[in-house]
Design a protein around this ligand. Structure first.
Ligand SMILES: CC(C)(COP(=O)(O)OP(=O)(O)OC[C@H]1O[C@@H](n2cnc3c(N)ncnc32)[C@H](O)[C@@H]1OP(=O)(O)O)[C@@H](O)C(=O)NCCC(=O)NCCS
Length: 154
């Protein structure tokens, strides 16, 4: 029987797994060194969803003042459509609330239907569009936002 999934912080010891997972999920990726540098900052956090010690997905967040940004969200192809992205997003929203953020922003490709479904089902809505934003195919970027109202924060 497979171990249950659990959510916990991604630490430096997990970075080798993280960059491999990221390369399976994105065109533009960060190196271990870039992650090490970012993780040494207080305002950058990565939550992972693990099965035993295996990283099955992650979400990275940046917190600046009362605004938060979801930098990346990804789930390993073999672990998709099991609710892991929704679990990670919900935990990330709670962390943003605890940090007293009032708004969360993120960028997503209009062609990324699975990601749009995850974000919209968690209450994110479209606030802007950046024309020809992505360098690899000049696709627009949609900017989505979620307002964290008082009842969600307290
Ligand atoms: C987007 C991604 C993170 C979704 O991960 P996931 O764990 O499969 O998502 P979940 O299982 O939590 O699904 C949440 C919802 O999205 C829907 N969904 C997920 N993948 C889907 C797909 N390929 N097609 C249609 N709907 C999909 C689920 O059915 C579910 O809907 P529900 O709430 O109505 O049941 C994953 O596909 C991924 O890693 N993609 C590559 C990286 C990426 O594009 N990240 C987003 C960057 S902005």
């Amino acid at each position: 029987m497979k171990a249950p999934y659990h959510v916990s912080w991604v630490e430096k010891k997990h970075l080798a797994q993280l960059v491999i997972l990221e390369r399976q999920c994105f065109v533009q990726t960060w190196t271990i060194e870039q992650y090490q540098k970012m993780l040494s900052r207080n305002n950058f956090k990565v939550l992972g969803i693990f099965q035993d010690t295996m990283l099955a997905g992650y979400i990275s967040i940046s917190l600046t003042g009362d605004e938060a940004e979801i930098i990346n969200l990804a789930v390993h192809p073999e672990h998709r459509k099991m609710g892991l992205a929704k679990t990670l997003l919900s935990r990330a929203i709670s962390i943003c609330c605890q940090a007293m953020a009032t708004k969360i922003f993120l960028e997503v490709r209009p062609s990324n239907i699975p990601a749009l479904k995850v974000y919209k089902s968690s209450g994110f809505y479209e606030v802007a569009r950046r024309k020809k934003y992505y360098q690899d195919n000049l696709e627009d970027a949609l900017i989505l936002s979620l307002e964290l109202t008082a009842p969600e924060r307290f």
